[in-house]
Design a protein around this ligand. Sequence first.
Ligand SMILES: Nc1ccn([C@@H]2O[C@H](COP(=O)(O)OP(=O)(O)OP(=O)(O)O)[C@@H](O)[C@H]2O)c(=O)n1
Ligand SMILES: C[C@](O)(CO)[C@H](O)COP(=O)(O)O
Length: 248
Amino acid sequence: MSEEARPHRTAAVIPAAGRGVRLGPGAPKALRALGGTPMLIHAVRAMAASRAVSLVVVVAPPDGAPGVKNLLDEHALPERTDYLVVPGGETRQESVRRGVEALPGDITAVLVHDAARPLVPVETVDAVVEAVHAGAPAVVPGLPLADTVKEVEPRGKGEPEPVVATPERSLLRAVQTPQGFDREILQRAHGTVAAVGEGATDCAGMVERLGAPVVIVPGHEEAFKVTRPLDLVLAEAVLARRRANDGF
Ligand SMILES: Nc1ccn([C@@H]2O[C@H](COP(=O)(O)OP(=O)(O)OP(=O)(O)O)[C@@H](O)[C@H]2O)c(=O)n1
Ligand SMILES: C[C@](O)(CO)[C@H](O)COP(=O)(O)O
């Protein structure tokens, strides 16, 4: 059967177990409000907005799974979307692994999406899904960089750091989520690469270590990650603009 003809069932795994240290003191980041609604709910709705996504697996803070389950019960999702909640781990990589382990056997394609990217538009989600369904083992949304990037020799806090190299900016992309995968390759990456060497900061990096191809599709400015306080200010402004444009 050709890749196009192969029927896919697609799930989204949402790691939401981080504390949000860089955002500052407060509740776990995924549970903090954006426009009056927890960031996690925005992220879940963003995945469920894609007609291809039939299951969302939320990876909750380790001791917060029952609370997250209640939260999801309270917020309406499209009828076609099921959800599961599992407890997360110490690192993003560990949390994603736990989410992937919870997937039912009939899932063939998996999106991994940060709860911390609550405003990704459905067009970006669909572009990733389409590329995976068309046969790409790993697909990542990415954008060209605005800043020039330097590689440095890291030094102590506040100490000047010697520059080692300036990578050619036109060859670089800042990558976002959802990152989309053929289920088998994602499982293999988490089962083998994770066990050796240093952790990866994204799942696609683990797939690259397997030697499998990863491709980039256009990302979106509104898929930015809420990491620091200023990101939350921007997210509130983007959401307010959307609500004004939608007339509610
Ligand atoms: N142990 C962890 C760490 C992170 N994440 C999730 O991975 C995504 C990206 O991580 P990041 O933005 O770094 O979130 P935090 O780890 O919460 O942030 P910080 O590093 O500032 O604490 C977030 O949705 C976060 O909840 C997770 O599920 N489990
Ligand atoms: C996966 C990711 O969002 C891609 O840009 C990013 O690597 C997550 O990094 P974080 O430090 O866990 O936020």
